[in-house]
Design a protein around this ligand. Structure first.
Ligand code: 9MR
Length: 330
């Protein structure tokens, strides 16, 4: 059985981030793995503000439309990614904005055009991505924070919901599974949004495992489960939105170690009923942001460079199969 069949049997989504630069070449191995193994996709870059709306009067729809069409013709859902992102992916007319009213106007216009264009083809969106500092328990600095204040997420959620109340609004964060201070602060902020009744549908736990190149440590399955469960306990849906596990090239048993980490973490997340999606940050080791950032051959994904399933694939498949046994969709 494919991953997507196993996921469907457990009523959950299995996704992959799609690089439009590879997708646009029509690479057959890439496209057939994508359609055959996954039932959800996230644009790795194409829907980010910088690429889709690089100037106030310029929209670039081609990459967005290609992915949405592919998803529709292969029965896949689309996760929109992303609107407000303090760190990257935002054009200068936004990051250089120095007037709160103008920033709000830009945001509302962006949401109105984007959501109308999507017209229901994108079920959910990471409307805020990475509000905190990457490795520390504090808010990231950004134009959003400096002009709209520390509570800007509440305003973004309200404005987005007013534009289209049908699209699921998500906040996506990284390393909250690994850095305890970060988890603590993020939990407080999310609990506050929920208590105030803001239209927040779910929390994305990115799940990048970049030890030892970047992350201070890999999480334990207990810790991963606990983090996922924290948001579920608040009545939110949870997704692991950007999973990859770095396999360091000097470790001789690296693919087996990687498979164990993948299997344990995916199982820990899927044992929480409210976790209904695991998305991997890429399709195969032939194309990953990890190699660009941390050096070659980190082999972070489920398929190797030729598109063959790795031990990690089988470990993840077993975790999806367990979920299906626990919650058969019948
Ligand atoms: O993998 C993405 C890379 O191709 C882009 O150049 C980069 C900037 O847009 O974003 C990367 O994806 C990031 C994601 O959007 C948010 N979480 C961290 C991901 C890896 O950096």
């Amino acid at each position: 059985m494919s991953l997507r069949e196993l996921a469907a049997a457990g009523g959950v989504r299995v996704g992959a981030a799609v690089s439009e630069t590879v997708f646009d070449t029509g690479d057959e191995t890439y496209c057939s793995l994508l359609a055959g193994e996954f039932n959800s996709l996230t644009a790795e870059r194409a829907m980010k503000w910088m690429w889709i709306h690089p100037e106030p009067d310029r929209w670039e729809w081609a990459a967005n439309d290609g992915l949405v069409q592919f998803a529709e013709s292969h029965g896949m859902q689309v996760r929109g990614h992303t609107v407000v992102w303090p760190h990257w992916g935002t054009p200068p007319y936004i990051t250089d904005c120095d007037d709160a009213a103008a920033l709000r106007r830009h945001l509302v216009e962006h949401l109105e055009v984007l959501f109308a264009h999507w017209g229901g083809s994108v079920a959910r969106v990471d409307v805020v991505n990475e509000p905190l500092h990457w490795l520390e328990g504090r808010l990231a600095d950004s134009v959003w924070r400096s002009l709209m204040g520390d509570d800007y997420m509440a305003e973004v959620l309200t404005l987005a919901h007013d534009v289209d109340p049908t699209i699921e609004l998500w906040i996506n964060e990284t390393h909250n599974d690994i850095v305890p201070d970060k988890h603590e602060l993020f939990t407080k902020m999310v609990a506050d949004l929920v208590e105030r009744g803001l239209p927040l549908h779910g929390i994305g736990v990115q799940g990048h495992q970049l030890y030892p190149d970047f992350s201070p440590a890999p999480p334990t399955p207990e810790r991963f489960h606990q983090v996922v469960n924290t948001y579920a306990d608040m009545g939110l849906e949870v997704a692991v939105t950007e999973m990859d596990v770095l396999a360091h090239p000097t470790d001789s048993d690296r693919l087996d170690v990687q498979a164990r980490i993948y299997g344990e973490l995916v199982d820990a997340a899927l044992s929480v009923e409210a976790c209904r999606e695991i998305t991997f940050w890429g399709v195969s080791d032939a194309h990953s942001w990890v190699d660009e950032h941390f050096g070659p051959d980190r082999a972070p994904l489920l398929f190797d460079r030729e598109g063959q399933p790795k031990p990690a694939y089988h470990a993840v498949a077993a975790a999806f199969a367990s979920r299906a046994r626990r919650t058969p969709t019948g």
